[in-house]
Design a protein around this ligand. Sequence first.
Ligand code: ZN
Length: 64
Amino acid sequence: MMVPIRCFSCGKPIGHLYEKYQNLIKEGKSEAVALKALGLERACCKRMILTHKDLIDELMKFSI
Ligand SMILES: [Zn+2]
């Protein structure tokens, strides 16, 4: 779906970081380097970004 605004575990705001993370990955940086550049130190926050799959565009094709 859409990236969560805050980390589910610690509550740190992370929603604004996902687009920057994707840009860093497109530039060829590794996941570890990208997460460090974004200032994500805790494992809970890293998993929020690493395991996110943007599906909102896929779902918008179908009506409810
Ligand atoms: Zn966290």
